[in-house]
Design a protein around this ligand. Structure first.
Ligand code: NZQ
Ligand code: ZN
Length: 389
């Protein structure tokens, strides 16, 4: 096991009706907030009205900025930064999914600097200050509600890039599973896929003797496999949603990464797909993961066998471990399909004509290999995308 430090400062407020606590909770941190949200679901569901009522009751002033799109754009981040500076905003409150939260985190960093926040996404410098961010989560998926990450797309150049910083851990996140009842089936499936991906990125590691976190990861994967079909069958199944929402939060807040080194190549490859084709992140991952697995399988067949047996209940073939591992990948694909997701680029409606461009961008012209389990250069990424085609 590797050395690690573990501190997740995000307070989680979980359960029915908890969004009505937002005003009182914000009041512990700020008097004026930027209220940030997406394309309309929070208005249609009445959530935004409940949030503004709670803010008003607590005497919190707010400036609204809606319109965050999935794969959130830099131009709206710039607008948010301007509003924060203009109005003396003290906290950015995100009401929505990963896209809204990531946009809020970018705004929070941008509000404390005089240069373009995109510099951080290009790896030029790191943030040293940020406004506090708080969230009300409406979709279990990205895990941004208690992660250090933010992923933004710059429209010119179709460039989707991430920043990780402890400064943007939300100060609190409100998780009410009831808020997910209105999710379209496709978004439910994409969310479940993203949660599975966050677990698998951590599971496939070269670090040995990490049996405790192996077991935690396996239990969390099994939870998603058992509960996601239930919320698809019945969108108002509170208890199933509660399991998915809590598992999704834990999946990405780094508890399950303690003492391990995760891989993250599949995420890097997927960000090139959603950066260019604007597909849902989870839908892109459903295509990348099976191909990445088939490409890297031989690196550590035993780890794939353990995963296939423990997570997918594949019977161990002692004479042919590789066949056992491949059955695990097939069961995973069958699970994604049962959720309604495509497992090939063509199924996703993505052409194969920009594979070389994606591989080049992903590895910065073959100068920055991606992945830790197996380090992948430009040719490897192109080969994986071709396998996925
Ligand atoms: O915009 P609205 O109208 O709200 O609609 C959204 C959006 O169209 C809709 N939606 C959300 N909650 C809803 C709802 N519709 C009805 N009822 C509800 N309760 O769902 C659509 C997708 O929302 P989005 O926020 O994009 O989804 P998700 O949470 O999957 O976020 C995806 C983004 O997160 C990034 C991804 O790359 C992608 O850009 N990620 C962020 C990470 C992080 N910060 O740590 C890690 C992840 O690996 C991921 O990369
Ligand atoms: Zn993800």
């Amino acid at each position: 096991m590797e050395n690690f430090e573990h501190c997740i400062p995000t307070k989680i407020i979980f359960g029915r009706g908890t969004e009505n606590q937002v005003g009182a909770e914000v009041a512990k941190h700020a008097k004026k907030v930027l209220l940030h949200f997406g394309g309309g679901s929070v208005r249609a569901s009445g959530l935004l009205d409940r949030v503004t009522a709670s803010l008003k009751a607590a005497g919190i002033a707010y400036v609204e900025l809606g319109g965050v799109k999935p794969n959130p754009r830099l131009s709206l981040v710039h607008e948010g930064v301007k509003l924060c500076k203009q109005h003396g905003v003290e906290l950015v409150l995100a009401v929505g999914g990963g896209s809204v939260i990531d946009s809020a985190k970018a705004i929070a960093m941008g509000a404390r600097i005089d240069h373009d926040v995109w510099d951080f996404y290009l790896g030029n410098g790191a943030p040293t200050a940020a406004l506090p961010v708080a969230t009300i989560l409406t979709i279990p998926a990205a895990g941004s509600e208690s992660s250090t990450g933010t992923v933004i797309t710059k429209e010119e150049g179709d460039l989707k890039r991430a920043v990780n910083s402890d400064l943007i851990y939300p100060v609190f996140s409100i998780l009410n599973p009831e808020l997910a009842f209105t999710l379209p089936r496709f978004q439910v499936a994409c969310g479940a896929m993203d949660i599975m991906a966050h677990l698998m990125e951590r599971y496939f590691t070269n670090v040995t003797r990490v049996g405790f976190t192996d077991r935690l990861l396996e239990a969390t994967m099994k939870t998603i496999i058992a509960e996601a079909p239930k919320v698809i069958a019945n969108s108002r199944d509170y208890d199933a949603w509660a399991e998915v929402m809590w598992a999704g939060c834990i999946a990405h807040n780094n508890l399950l990464n303690t003492g391990r080194i995760g891989d993250w190549a599949s995420h890097a490859i997927e960000h090139e797909i959603s950066g260019i084709y604007d597909v849902a992140h989870g839908a892109g991952l459903a295509v990348v993961f099976p191909a990445w697995m088939r490409y890297t399988l031989k690196h550590d067949v035993q780890r794939f066998v353990q995963w296939a047996v423990r997570v997918w209940d594949v019977e161990l073939d002692v004479f042919d471990p590789e066949a056992t591992a491949r059955k695990g990948i097939e069961r995973m694909e069958a699970f994604y399909k049962s959720l309604g997701l495509a497992v090939t680029l063509s199924g996703l409606g993505v052409a194969s004509d920009r594979i070389d461009e994606m591989a080049e961008k992903c590895t910065e012209g073959n100068t920055q290999p991606v992945g830790n389990f197996v380090k992948l250069g430009q040719k490897d990424v192109a080969a994986i995308l071709k396998l996925a085609a």
